[in-house]
Each structure stands twice: as structure tokens, then as C-alpha cells.
Design a protein around this ligand. Structure first.
Ligand code: HEC
Length: 137
């Protein structure tokens, strides 16, 4: 972000971003970021290769560590939470911190819509990238 447009927009955007990131960190980052914390059971075969496969597949689709880049799956992120597909049930069972309260779920859905996917069919991440490479600046 190179220009401050209005103080209000920046403040609201930042609040949403920070909130969303915190929630996603709890519920999604293990499988969809470069900040994977390998769980104790990931060292036990055959669970180890199952977990690794999950993280590799998860990252391929959506990597929160590359938040600034447009993702093919970014638009699905909010709906995957809404439909209860993500975070996967088995994962929540062994990672209670990933369990989201109804209000947190709502906040994450709305936050993902506003940040990763963009609220009106519009990708905030793509906008950010375009700004970064815009030769007119
Ligand atoms: C236990 C690991 C794990 C966690 C935690 C997890 N995911 Fe996933 N996710 C996967 C895997 C594996 C895939 C790819 C395979 C599949 O589609 O089931 C995937 C696929 C996706 C996709 C691609 C679309 C699709 O349905 O294939 C989206 C979007 C997604 N996840 C969003 C999220 C969000 C948002 C969260 C947090 C609320 C989350 N995931 C948490 C493992 C995880």
C-alpha cells in the first residue's frame, strides 16, 4: 500500500485484516501457510506421510503466507468455512484451538470475503499486486 486514501478506510481495513489473520492462523495456517507447526503425531508413520500430504495439498490450493498474491482458490476460502468444509473436522478434533465459536466463524467468513477474496467479486490481493507493479507510480 503506497498511498493513504482515507483514515477511516485504512483503520477498518487493518482491523479486519488483523482479526482475519488471527482467526486464520488458528484454524487454517497449519495446512495453508509456510508456518506449519508439525504436530507430535506427524512423526509417527504412517500418520507422518498422511499429514505431510495434507499440508502439501492444502498449500498448493491456498497459501496464507502468500497473502499478497492472488490465489485461484481465494474466492473459495470464505465459502469453504461457511459450508463447514474447512477447517477439516478431524483436524479440529485434535486441535481444539482451531474450533471457532459461531461469532468467530462469522468474523472469519466476512474477513476472508473482504481481504483474500475481495467483497464484490474483486480481489484485494490482486489490487495490491497491481499497485505494486504499476509503472505510472
Ligand atoms: C488439516 C489441514 C487443513 C486445515 C486446518 C485447513 N485446510 Fe483447507 N485444505 C486442506 C487440504 C488437504 C485441501 C485440498 C484437498 C481437499 O480439497 O480436500 C484443502 C483445500 C482448501 C481449499 C481449496 C478448495 C477446495 O475445496 O479444495 C480452500 C479454499 C481451503 N482449503 C480453505 C481453508 C480455510 C479457509 C481454512 C481455515 C478455516 C482451512 N482450509 C483449514 C487442508 C486443511
Amino acid at each position: 500500500m503506497t498511498k493513504v486514501r482515507t483514515g477511516f478506510a485504512i483503520t477498518m481495513g487493518m482491523v479486519v485484516l488483523v482479526q482475519t489473520r488471527a482467526l486464520a492462523q488458528r484454524a487454517c495456517f497449519d495446512c495453508h501457510s509456510n508456518e506449519t507447526k508439525w504436530p507430535w503425531y506427524s512423526t509417527i508413520a504412517p500418520v507422518s506421510w498422511l499429514v505431510q500430504r495434507d499440508v502439501e495439498e492444502g498449500r498448493r490450493g491456498l497459501n496464507f503466507s502468500e497473502w499478497g498474491r492472488p490465489h485461484k482458490e481465494a474466492n473459495e476460502a470464505a465459502s469453504s468455512v461457511e459450508k463447514g468444509e474447512m477447517p477439516p473436522r478431524f483436524y479440529v478434533a485434535v486441535h481444539p484451538q482451531a474450533r471457532l465459536e459461531p461469532t468467530e466463524r462469522e468474523a472469519l467468513i466476512r474477513g476472508l470475503q473482504a481481504t483474500v477474496a475481495g467483497s464484490n467479486g474483486h480481489n484485494a490481493a490482486e489490487d495490491h499486486d497491481r499497485q505494486a507493479v504499476d509503472p505510472r507510480r
